[in-house]
Design a protein around this ligand. Structure first.
Ligand code: EPZ
Length: 419
């Protein structure tokens, strides 16, 4: 297994470019299942989860290939099963449920397990699809869904604004007979990108980005070409990197319009954040001020930036309260930061960070994608050397991270280790 070896202390300076969004690309690539034609994608990040998605599309019978940030998904006769061995490596495979039911009227998807940050149930996905006429049974760890007469438009409301649930329902509703009205939907920018892609294929979706989405079902979706939106979480990670290392970074393609809550908190902490043509300039402040954050569905503070922001609080002076409202176990990075000298007390969904300004290098272990990213940020600003182990978690969501960071002055390299 690979590790990152990081020598902390160098302020990051220069320009870094944001890749395409993992959390937009995964549903948008799987949406091709519902498209009766070839689809050409651009600005696709080369990540582990993307390669897993391409493998899944090939298993389902769609010839898919990734080349220099471009993905071609060819049309073809499809199967209906997403196997356990693949789904166990990527929960987001469950997003093939909606498009398979829409196109093939049947789907067999291994029930995705939980992960380090929580149980990650999919009850809302199934309820929404059942509202449209699908029926499910759970056998031997598989979700088997059928809708022999096709999906029908429906009017339903989610119990919470689930990103994946909204995406599954949206992809299904495009080919349902009649109109679907979905309430209490997720408003994340990745939902908007998915809806824009589906409309490019001929779907009739309105309201994306608001709490109510309306879809008028169509007979067929047509092949097209589409570029994935930039990754707001990768971008936010680089903005925090500038803050914790005391540097100045121009983050090219940073989608500032989708990041108001995070940018506001970075400014509250004293950073200079300038939205410019083509990106955002982030300048550290010293000292950083401690602030409180509370994760919320978009447009609130994103849960996917909570671990990274906690490192900034470690570097700030004074107490900052972190409240994690989305996932029940998203403080796995705390113990690792404490081993680096951080003073953090967890109490249920809250963590009180008493910033002292300094961290010490140490061997630490990534438990999940964003916790891993946080440990890299901690290593970049710690005194001495940090070895971040199990960085396969990080490779899921950050394209060429060590290259991008080295190019702006970080002392970081990937080492291969027998564990
Ligand atoms: C997406 O996960 C993202 N993943 C996550 O990013 C992100 O943290 C999350 O949305 C929230 O923004 C992808 O887009 C691939 P949810 P998803 O359904 O869709 C509960 C990363 O680091 N819930 O919005 O799984 C659930 O338990 C990853 O890039 C149900 O109870 O998130 C959670 O508490 C991590 N029943 C909350 O809703 C359901 O049927 C939000 O989950 C569905 C969800």
């Amino acid at each position: 297994m690979d590790s990152f070896l990081i020598k902390g202390g160098a302020p990051l300076n220069g320009e870094v470019t944001v890749s395409g969004s993992k959390n937009a690309a995964l549903p948008i690539l799987l949406a091709s299942i519902a498209v009766d034609g070839d689809v050409q994608y651009g600005n696709v990040p080369d990540l582990r989860d993307i390669r897993t998605t391409i493998r899944l599309l090939n298993i389902l019978g769609r010839g898919a290939s990734l080349e220099d940030g471009r993905v071609l998904v060819k049309n073809g006769e499809m199967g209906i099963e997403a196997p356990y061995d693949l789904v166990k490596t990527m929960r987001a495979s469950v997003l093939c449920l909606g498009p398979l039911l829409a196109r093939k009227r049947e789907a067999k998807v291994s029930l995705p397990g939980g992960c380090a940050i929580g149980a990650r149930p999919v009850d809302q996905h199934l309820l929404a699809l059942e509202s449209m006429g699908a029926s499910f049974d759970l056998q031997n760890g598989y979700i088997h869904g059928t809708c022999p007469d096709g999906l029908k438009g429906a009017h339903f409301s989610f119990s919470m604004p689930t990103v994946g649930g909204t995406e599954n329902a949206l992809m299904a509703a495009c080919l349902a007979q009649g109109e679907t009205v979905m309430e209490n939907v997720a408003r994340e920018p990745e939902i908007v990108d998915l809806a824009n892609f589906l409309n490019r294929c001929g779907a009739r979706i309105e309201g994306q980005g608001s709490s109510v989405i309306t879809v008028k079902g169509v007979e067929r979706l047509y092949g097209c070409s589409y570029d994935i939106m930039p990754d707001r979480i990768e971008a936010g990670t680089f903005l925090v990197a500038a803050g914790v290392t005391g540097g100045e970074l121009f983050v090219r393609n940073c989608p500032a319009a989708d990041m108001a809550a995070l940018l506001g908190k970075l400014r509250e902490a004293g950073m200079e954040i300038e939205e410019r043509e083509g990106g955002v300039l982030a300048r550290a402040a010293s000292p950083l001020k401690a602030v409180d954050i509370s994760t919320q569905p978009h447009p609130g503070f994103p849960t996917d930036m909570q671990p990274q922001f906690m490192v900034l609080l470690c570097r700030a002076q004074g107490p900052g309260m972190v409240r994690e409202n989305i996932f029940e176990n998203r403080f796995m990075h705390v113990q690792e930061l404490v081993r680096m000298g951080a003073d953090i007390q967890v109490n249920g969904p809250s963590a009180l960070v008493r910033g002292t300004g300094r961290l010490e290098g140490a061997p630490v272990m990534a438990s999940d994608l964003r916790a891993g990213a946080a440990l890299v940020l901690a290593g970049l600003c710690a005194e001495g050397e940090t070895r971040v182990q199990r960085i396969y978690h990080i490779d899921r969501g950050y394209e060429r991270l060590e290259e991008k960071l080295s190019a702006v002055g970080a002392d970081i390299r990937r080492v291969h280790e027998q564990e």
